[in-house]
Design a protein around this ligand. Sequence first.
Ligand code: AMP
Length: 446
Amino acid sequence: MSFKELNLNPKLLRAVEASGFVKPTDIQRDAIPVVLAGRDLMASAQTGTGKTAAFVLPALQRLLSPSSARGKGPRVLVLTPTRELATQVNDNIRQFGRFCQFTAGNVIGGMAYPPQIKLLKQPLDLLVATPGRLMDHMEQGRVDFSRLEILVLDEADRMLDMGFINAVKQIAAATPASRQTLLFSATLEGKVPAIAKQLMKNPARIQLATNHERHASIRQHVHQVDNAAHKHRLLSHYLKDDALTQALIFTKTKRGADKLAKALSAKGHASAPLHGNMNQNQRKRTVEHMRRGRFRLLVATDVAARGLDIRSISHVINFDLPMVAEDYIHRIGRTGRAGATGTAISLVGPEDWPKLVGIERLTGQKLKREIVSGLEPTTPEPRAGYGRNGNGMKPKRRAGAKPRRNNGRRAASKGRRDDYRRSRDGGHRDGKVAANAQRGFQPWLG
Ligand code: AMP
């Protein structure tokens, strides 16, 4: 199928052609006709599948017809969980709207208020926002939704996981009931169906591939490692590989990202950290430098790397496994994008096996165990099913085995837990943190 067959306006087709896109991706092929027909839609599609254009193109097509309502507020609102994703959506709007006259802008956390206040005072066609900051503006009476036609919830599962459920509901309630609602999510399970039921009218449902099929373009394997020194040796081994053009290396803490980026720079690798303690401009600059090839390695935490779209990333390396299995899918989706192939390598330390079990359960596949000659692990792999729930439980000590020494690790692991809880899980566990996130008190959230 070609883009022409999707009945898009010639101005949009010109922009698609100028972007170098030859044919629609699966999600574009399936979603665009549904959106053009004016139907509500819930679709499972991750970043990397071309899902942004799947809603931006038909939304722009709708904007080419004048609004029947009075007012100057946005006709299309896109809600995203993070600033990075919001910026990316706005880039897509600019890219596909280049031959049309649209006004669009972002209202995102961590950025100055005055330009956003100015933006909201002007006539606006499209608004891309993170929920916390948008709520701030709404509470000050700065947002006019009277002519809103389309509401898009992008990465809805993430938004709900990050504690934005109430903000999303309140924002939706402030828009006209006649609106068209589009929901894109990595998964249509968990909390997503309930919110869809509440906010959507008889939505069409598009479910693309399973997690497993979706990552057919990514070669995935794991290494069993003995300790941190072993991780560093394996990382050095892969960094010598010419096939590694650019890599995104994940650590579980911001401190860990800083430390590893510094160590890699000291060894002569062009590296930089990317995490939530950096301000928006620093993060933007770092990503731009990576995109231009100034860095070969980006050492990042999950929150900072969400939505990252850099096609030349050939490798994702999980220096630390993610705390939450779903983040594994998001992480590896940073490589093998838009038809390219990629490699995802996970370094699994003695305490990480329950997490690996959780990941394998979620993806429905056993990841290949790989051994590098000379860098073999010194112990056999722990039994399957270890840590039963894949929930990070520590293994029971074997009878007769010596008790483990803590060596001050408790303090470090508390730091990690705090980092994790603050950054992504406040929503369910800590109402105060979630409320702060919604008010935009946390610089790394919307
Ligand atoms: P997304 O899933 O929206 O984050 O898009 C992932 C990447 O795929 C982006 O770099 C897009 O520019 C690219 N892309 C989107 N649609 C197409 C297409 N039809 N053909 C080739 N690349 C595309």
